[in-house]
Design a protein around this ligand. Sequence first.
Ligand SMILES: Nc1ncnc2c1ncn2[C@@H]1O[C@H](COP(=O)(O)OP(=O)(O)OP(=O)(O)O)[C@@H](O)[C@H]1O
Ligand SMILES: [Mg+2]
Length: 513
Amino acid sequence: MLSPPDSTRQDELERLTRELNSALERVCEVEAEREAVLGSSLDCIIVMDEEGIVREWNPAAEHTFGWSREEAVGRRLGSLIVPEELRQRHEEGLARAASTGESRIMGQRLRLPALRKDGSTFTAEIAITKLERGGRTFFTGTLRDLTEIVEAEEQKAAAEMRYRSLIENIPLVTYMNQVEAPFTSIYMSPQVESLLGYTPEEWAAQPALARDGIHPDDRDRVRSLAREAREHSIPTRSEFRFIARDGRVVWVLDQTIPVRDDAGKTVCHQGFLLDITEQKQLEEQLRQSQKMEAVGQLAGGIAHDFNNMLTAITGYAELLAYSFDEGDPRADDVEHVRKAAAHAAVLTRQLLAFSRKQVLLPKRLDVNEVVRGLESMLARTLGGEVELTTSFAETLAPVETDPDQLVQVVLNMALNGRDAMPAGGRLTIATSDVQRECEPFVCVEVTDTGTGMDEAVRSRVFEPFFTTKDTGKGTGLGLATAYGFVSQSGGRIEIESAPDQGSTFRVLLPAAA
Ligand SMILES: Nc1ncnc2c1ncn2[C@@H]1O[C@H](COP(=O)(O)OP(=O)(O)OP(=O)(O)O)[C@@H](O)[C@H]1O
Ligand SMILES: [Mg+2]
């Protein structure tokens, strides 16, 4: 066997030494790189073997957990960073991963509580991956402290809660509508359900709701305003009626503003709906009572002057009648003048009654007795087609009022009921004690099953000379005088009526102490 010459052996040795050195250098470089990567990572990098023993622990882990690398490496990870209550689950998971090679938490980002050396805990985001090396399994965990993020999230959630609670509890509906389809809501606060009967989801799903729910008389006005708001991107404010799901008419104040993006383009319309039904009703009542007041003053003034002239006419007519001889045919003419003047005097009295300038003769009386006294006369007057029913409260507070006037009021209401039932029907008169705003009243209620009234008629029934009856059939003074008398007595009249639904008139007189 030939052995290489010494010089060749020497070369070989040198070559091997060089290779070994450069390999060692590479190892050092790799090691330095690894150190650099581990050291510069902001995240904690922890390597654990399949027994759960820490094999690597980078500076970020030292900083985050408070354990130095020397302290950590070689110890069970569970006892270092897993809070007491989760330790058993950690060990079980580890055992499962070791025997089956599977783990439920592998390859995901999880939020878990983690333990520091000083015993405090914090929320960490953890991602675990598996590493096979030299026939052994290791687990690498990347972990980061989420305390600040969690705090920020909690603050954001709390702020959102505050806004949500504000938006959902103020007594108005807030909304956001699309620009292109102004009646389609992007957002509608939940109060809308109690206001109009439809849920926010229904508004979003059915744009037709908002468009068609508007009262027919207000629809064109609201639509053209919405069109203008869209075309010119301007704020709007309008009041209109809306028909709620249950048929109620709800008055709303609707105010919107366009919302623009940074480039000035309108992206949606924001607004609110406020229930102003009660305010509208009060305004209407005020308008009505101001009108009645004005008409009352006018009627009262005329009736007063007119009455003076009638007194003169009657007086002179009587003087003239005396001056005639017995059997003078002109006496008849004078009698006509006197009768006409007497008739006119009745009218002026009614007008004075309406304007609450009537002389009343109040007495303490039992309303049941007054109505009972009317019963047989009414039964005769109403005729066979109208069935009269009465219902008397067993006990009734006394009232202090003028009985003759009360009879006139009930009589007129009964006759109005009869006139509203040309084909017959039922007229009911009932008495009861009632309360209004905690005050006691005695109530006489006259109900018919007749034609009923629409809003236009209902709002005018107390006006003097307002009648829907043919000339000669009604003067339109019945309810006007009733109104004057009842108001003058400190009471009020309530009406419930709708077309084809009959009418109920309620006379409320204050109960006497
Ligand atoms: N029960 C009723 N049903 C339907 N409409 C009614 C009823 N009561 C009153 N009205 C309406 O109110 C109007 C005014 O009634 P009011 O009693 O003041 O006058 P009138 O009955 O027309 O005439 P008058 O009573 O002076 O003879 C009536 O013409 C009618 O249109
Ligand atoms: Mg009448």
